[in-house]
Design a protein around this ligand. Structure first.
Ligand code: NAP
Length: 260
C-alpha cells in the first residue's frame, strides 16, 4: 500500500469548490488530510465539501469568502488554526488586449494571482518551520513557462509569484518546508469553457470547433481531468517529497515545449 504519510494533516485549499482546486482538495482528502476549503459561492462550496466528506470521511471546514480580500484570508486562516499544507489558488484574470488594461486592472490581477498567495505563505510559513513540516503548492499556469499572448495579466502576475517563490523555497527547504508550483495546461473546468467562449467569438468559430481544435492540438488528444491534477498535487505534498523544492511542474499532456 502506498502511504503518502499525510493522515491527519491539515490543508487549506484555496478556491476549491470547483475545477483544479477541487481536484486538489479531493486528492488530499483521499490521503487522509483534513481540509479547509474556500470559494465565494457558499452553495457550491458546501456541496463539494459534503461530497468529499461522504467519499473520504475526513473533516472539511468551509469558508465562503473572496480569498483576494484581507478579511477572506483571515477567516480561512482562523478557521484552519494549525496548517500543514497550503494550496494557493484563485480565479484567473480575464484575457484581452494589453492596450485596454489600466493600472487598476493590473493591481487586481497582481492582488489575486501574486500578492494573495504571498500573504498566505507569509502567514503559515513560520509555524511550518517550527513544526519541521510544511508543503505549499501554488497553482499557477503553463503560461509561466510559455506565456499566452491574450493572457498578459495572468502571464505577468504568475511570473511575479514564481520569481518570488523561487528564492523563498530555497530559504525554507532545510526545515522540511517545500514550496513548488503546479502549472496546468488545459483542463476541463469552467475556466477553460470561458476561454473557449472568448476564442470562438474572436475567431468566429463554433464552441465545438474550438474545443475539438484544442483537443486535437494536445498530444493526448484531450483536455486534462481535475483528478489528474489533484493527484500530482497530493504527490508534491506527500511526506516523502521533502527533496522536491522550488520546482514548476507542468501538467499539460505534453503540449508545451518538446525539449527535454
Ligand atoms: P474554475 O473551474 O473556474 O474554478 C475556480 C474556483 O475558484 C471556483 O471554486 C471558484 O468559486 C473559486 N474562486 C474564484 N475566485 C475566487 C476568489 N476570489 N475567492 C475564492 N474563491 C474563488 O477555474 P480553474 O480552471 O480550476 O482554474 C483555477 C486557476 O488555474 C485559475 O487561476 C486559472 O486561471 C488557472 N488555470 C486554469 C487552467 C485550466 O485549464 N483550467 C489552465 C491554466 C491556468 P467561486 O466562483 O464560487 O468563488
Amino acid at each position: 500500500m502506498l502511504d503518502f504519510g499525510l493522515t491527519g494533516k491539515k490543508a487549506i485549499v484555496c478556491a476549491s469548490s470547483k475545477g483544479l482546486g477541487l481536484g486538489c482538495a479531493r486528492a488530499l482528502a483521499k490521503t487522509g488530510v483534513n481540509l479547509v476549503m474556500c470559494a465565494r459561492t457558499e452553495e457550491t462550496l458546501a456541496q463539494s465539501a459534503q461530497a468529499i466528506r461522504d467519499e473520504t470521511g475526513v473533516s472539511v471546514d468551509i469558508v465562503a469568502c473572496d480569498i483576494s480580500s484581507e478579511d477572506g484570508r483571515k477567516a480561512v486562516l482562523d478557521t484552519a488554526g494549525h496548517v500543514d499544507i497550503l494550496i494557493n489558488n484563485n480565479g484567473g484574470p480575464p484575457p484581452g488586449d494589453f492596450r485596454d488594461w489600466n493600472r487598476d486592472d493590473w493591481i487586481k490581477a497582481l492582488d489575486a494571482n501574486m500578492l494573495t498567495a504571498i500573504e498566505l505563505i507569509k502567514a503559515v510559513i513560520d509555524p511550518m518551520i517550527d513544526n519541521k513540516f510544511g508543503r505549499i503548492v501554488n497553482i499557477t499556469s503553463g503560461s509561466v513557462k510559455s506565456p499566452i499572448p491574450q493572457l498578459g495579466l495572468s502571464n505577468g502576475a504568475r511570473s511575479g509569484l514564481t520569481g518570488f517563490v523561487a528564492g523563498v523555497a530555497r530559504q525554507v527547504a532545510q526545515h522540511n518546508v517545500t514550496i513548488n508550483g503546479l502549472l496546468p495546461g488545459q483542463f476541463n473546468t469552467d475556466r477553460i469553457e470561458g476561454l473557449i467562449d472568448a476564442q470562438s467569438r474572436a475567431q468566429n468559430k463554433s464552441r465545438e470547433d474550438v474545443r475539438t481544435m484544442l483537443e486535437e492540438r494536445n498530444p493526448t488528444g484531450r483536455l486534462g481531468y481535475i483528478d489528474e491534477f489533484g493527484f500530482a498535487c497530493a504527490y508534491i505534498c506527500s511526506a516523502h517529497s521533502g527533496y522536491l523544492v522550488g520546482q514548476n511542474i507542468l501538467i499539460d499532456g505534453g503540449a508545451g515545449n518538446a525539449n527535454p
